[in-house]
Design a protein around this ligand. Structure first.
Ligand code: ADP
Length: 164
């Protein structure tokens, strides 16, 4: 006797990875994740490790900080990776990549990468736009403010978890 199993693509778990260096993880990143939680069943925050890059905040602190922002959110996982982003997505069971878009500079940088990723693997990239108040938040500027003794806790949730 045969059992007919119907398979609906809409039933597939929607899992997205949000890759980045998060040096540091800002309220802009957080906003994209919180908006993404309404769209995806799971979001994997993937902290990329690039051995040629000098990070300001140590990896362990960045991980501790990101986890502290989502400790009550069961749909979030935080991982590190050191490979092609699409390979990490396959390993983690992610069928989407989530990225944030602030301006044309982000658009010009992100779209060719999204096209290449889709060409290689059929993984789609979903872009979300942050709240207008968060448009100007940029990890590079935040690092400069911090390096020069300025306060950044306004732009970074749970700032104490990043430095203690
Ligand atoms: P990367 O070095 O890979 O750009 P980032 O940590 O700078 O890593 O950024 C990761 C993602 O977060 C990117 O898609 C970037 O566009 C997005 N992002 C960064 N800052 C903001 C912000 N203020 N609002 C929305 N998206 C943002």
């Amino acid at each position: 006797m045969f059992t007919l199993v119907s398979f609906n693509l809409n039933d597939m778990k929607k899992s997205a990875c949000f890759p980045g260096s998060f040096d540091p993880f800002t309220k802009g990143h957080e906003d994209i994740i919180r908006k993404g939680l309404g769209l995806f069943d799971e979001i994997v925050i993937a902290v990329g490790i690039n051995s040629t890059k000098n990070y300001l905040f140590p990896l362990e602190k960045r991980l501790q900080h990101i986890k502290s922002c989502f400790q009550d959110e069961p749909k979030i996982r935080v991982i590190t990776y050191q490979k092609l982003t699409v390979e990490m997505c396959k390993d983690e069971g992610c069928n989407y990549i989530l990225r944030g878009l602030r301006d044309v500079k982000d658009f010009n940088y992100e779209v060719p990468i999204a096209l290449m990723n889709r060409d290689m693997t059929e993984i789609e990239t979903v872009f979300l736009v942050p709240d207008t108040s968060l448009f100007a938040i940029n990890a590079t500027i935040i690092r400069e403010i911090y390096k020069n003794g300025g306060k950044i806790d306004k732009y970074v949730t749970n700032f104490d978890q990043l430095v203690n």
